[in-house]
Design a binder for this molecule. Structure first.
Ligand SMILES: [Fe+2]
Length: 408
């Protein structure tokens, strides 16, 4: 595969000295494809914005180490400035797609394969600034190592139907899940249409590549060119009403790809969840389990163990007033989510055999992402990113969140 990729693109006439410079496409022979007249030159891919925005809050308190020496303090300040600049670049919109090859004798021989990454990278449409990074359109980057010292880079926006529509219109046509479109509340009122952002993750399975976003269906991409092929249904496994998580899991014990969806039923105060298990060879469905979990739910990630699918059930809700304000366009629906610190967080254990879910009370927290999870000697072992509460930020002002660092 790598040979085919390298053959299709020009070699670098003057290869850079190692180590490879990743974010300097202008220093090497590049092949660019303009995607619109708006915006400025791409400055990287904007990858990792989602995770960064989760961890870094608007007004988190900075606790510096006690009385650092002058030199150490200067280094800390310099590092902090560099971090702030890097963080701010996550809010810049990429306006072009890149395709180039670099060469370095220092790359390990035999290192072959492709690393895919997805993230929101289109944060400006015409003159309209998208105010929350979660609402940016996805761009997938692929970095291929050929085992001969060559590394080939290309990135492309995921051409969802909404992306194409807005590119042609040169303005935001859809409300974000976490930020409004331009034009004030009147432009947003009663507009509950959803644009598939395809901006959160990529899944390579059975030789096929998909850009994932939990509010919609997977978008299939060409694994070599990362060009968009169209909306996928996993060979019909996903029905018209189904979405698919951005964080599928691989079950090493069975070799299956496991994913889920969740859809809150606010009037009935339940959340409907479905889990799929795909056979190792492709998308034939080995199992689909449907379950109902009480209350409104916000489930971004999950775990699969030998006997359970595991979700973190946080004490979140949308108040009637929040829902009304959301419908009237005064705030996004995401901004209407409230966290009740007086209630416990629960682990929801949904048995893989389809029997009734069980719940375990934990200290109050919010878990956006799990690490690993498994069963051992009758115990459940879980790694997770533990946050004291849910912080999504108020995107209505359009201010950028502030980067702070917590240090113990
Ligand atoms: Fe995530």
């Amino acid at each position: 595969m790598a040979m085919a990729l390298s053959a299709g693109f020009p070699a670098v006439s003057n290869p850079p000295k190692a180590p490879l410079a990743y974010s300097r496409p202008g220093t090497v022979k590049s092949q660019k494809e303009a995607i619109g007249s708006h915006g400025e030159r791409a400055r990287g891919v904007g990858c990792g914005v989602v995770a960064g925005a989760v961890l870094l809050t608007r007004r988190s308190k900075l606790q510096m180490r006690a009385a650092p020496a002058v030199k150490e303090r200067a280094e800390l300040q310099s590092q902090r400035r560099a971090d702030q600049e890097a963080f701010a670049r996550g809010y810049e919109s990429a306006s072009s797609e890149e395709c180039f090859t670099l060469h370095s004798e220092d790359l390990p021989k035999g290192l072959r394969g492709t690393y895919y990454r997805n993230g929101p990278a289109k944060l400006k449409v015409g003159k309209d600034q998208i105010k929350h990074p979660f609402d940016g359109d996805g761009m997938v980057a692929a970095v291929t190592f050929d085992g001969q010292g060559n590394v080939h880079f290309r990135n492309r926006f995921v051409r969802t139907p909404g992306f194409v529509e807005e590119l042609e219109a040169q303005k935001m046509l859809y409300r974000g899940q976490f930020s409004p479109k331009s034009g004030g509340w009147l432009a947003n009122a009663f507009d509950m249409r959803v644009k598939n952002l395809a901006n959160t993750n990529v899944m390579h399975w059975a030789g096929r590549l998909f850009a994932l976003w939990e509010g919609g269906k997977p978008m299939e991409l060409d694994p070599l060119s990362v060009a968009t092929l169209g909306q996928g249904s996993f060979a019909g496994a996903l029905k018209s009403e189904d979405n698919f998580t951005a964080h599928p899991r691989f079950d090493a014990r069975t070799g299956r790809q496991v994913g889920f969806q969740y859809q809150p039923d606010i009037p009935n105060s339940v959340t409907n969840v479905s889990f799929w298990e795909f056979e190792p060879s492709g998308f034939s469905t080995a199992r689909r389990v449907n379950a109902q979990i009480p209350d409104f739910g916000f489930y971004h990630d999950f775990l699969v163990t030998e006997n359970y699918y595991i979700l973190s059930k946080a004490p979140v809700s949308i108040s009637p007033q929040g829902a009304l304000e959301g419908m009237l366009g005064f705030r996004s629906m995401g901004e209407s989510i409230r966290f009740d610190a007086s209630k416990p967080t629960q682990l929801a254990l949904v048995p893989r055999d389809g029997s009734e879910p069980r719940f375990i009370d934990l200290d109050t927290h919010f878990c956006f992402h799990f690490g690993n999870g498994y069963e051992e000697d009758g115990k459940l072992i879980i790694d997770m990113a533990f946050a004291a509460s849910l912080e999504l930020g108020d995107a209505s002002s359009g201010d950028r969140p502030v980067l702070d660092r917590l240090a113990s």
